[in-house]
Write a protein that binds this ligand. Sequence first.
Ligand SMILES: [Zn+2]
Length: 470
Amino acid sequence: MPQWSQPAPSEIRPLEVAGTATGTAYTRPRVLPGVTPSAARRSTVFRGGLLVTQDPSRRVVRGDLLVRDGRVEGVGDVGHVPADEEVDASAYAIVPGFVNTHTHVAMSPLRAIADDRDLSGFLERLFAVDARRTESDVEAGAAQGIAEMLLSGTTSFLDLYYMEDAVARAVERLGIRGFLGWAVLDPALTTQKGIPVENARAFIGRWKGRARVTPLAAPQGVYVCSEETWLQTRDLARATDTLCHFHLSETRREVHELQEKVGDRPAAWLDRIGFLGPGMVAAHGVWLTRREIETLARRKVGIAHCASSNLKLAVGGVAPVVELREAGVRVGLGTDSVASNNSLSMLREMHVAGLLQKHHRWDAGALPAQTLLDLATVEGAHLVGRGADLGSLEVGKQADLVLVRLDHPTLTPARPEAIVSHLAYSASEEAVDSVYVAGECVVRHRTLVREPWANIHAAAEQAADALWSS
Ligand SMILES: [Zn+2]
């Protein structure tokens, strides 16, 4: 069953476009005299939306949002400015696009392939399938996952996989922002052709400087990377001024095996060998000591917290999110792949992350709704190195935003003082109506704009047929 279907026409409430209401699901924007159609949507004004700004004072205000050339130019009452497109947003909350700080998007056709196993059983099944992957099934899987992310309000994601060129192509096809980490591990342990760190270097060279794709290198974890591999990857990140993303202390087994081998826990060892530094995002960070937390804070390493994945794989521990944040470590939320979640929805991830901390700590006030939304937006933006221009609705920032239906049952009552809570705890993906990346509408009334879902779906099912039979 396709996860996303287009709503029946009767269910669609059109965004009203000034002066051009025709009763169709979407009306063509008004083209101003002297403006060529291709440039017609360079500016958009959203009128009367409930703006969940995520600005430094976390204002929620009823007002307008003016977007020009991909960036936010006005927030609040923007007056009677001329714009190429005018959208009546009074029935919507306008929220910054979510930043998913850890996933393996190309694994999407593998949803449910290794359910109900612990991490070692899970990896055993996944490695067998991984060895058979092709560029075309990686691209088909990435497109499937990107569709799921866009349709649930995610506008940026941080990925870790190989064959990332295929993922990058899917990113550019569908218009999301991809921070794409090429998986690096020891040459003796990889199914990649050639040397992984050199493959990462070449990948960065091919894709650096693109608008929607940000390439980087991604050491897979201490269980497959030697000291030399870690340091080569660090040097590559420094030389190319790129991020570095890796798995860290996900299970006790990982910690104990490294301790037996080198006498240190993973974070402590990575610091001892001189690997850790700014511009790094570690996924999981479940099994950390207080000293390791202090080390991560001192080295300015961020943590992508993957609550659903940790729970489903039964890693046993709970990431010390509160202590990490108290120590000054930036924390974002990650879905991990659909093989271990089994969703890419950041709405679900906020909900689960909040409940996990509250329950574990016997503290209903732990990770309150506002903090959860922060992790999913502004904090995630900082993790991917883009805190200055992603993650909030502020003048000068990129116009990555989501229109969420306020008349949806899961957002009722649509009171301004409740909207953050609804987003963190109850909002359904089905309430995500339209999504913009850099001012470009990439989802309109739950329909992908750039490519029909039917094509993406068919390719993903074909990829799954080949992979599941292994
Ligand atoms: Zn992962």
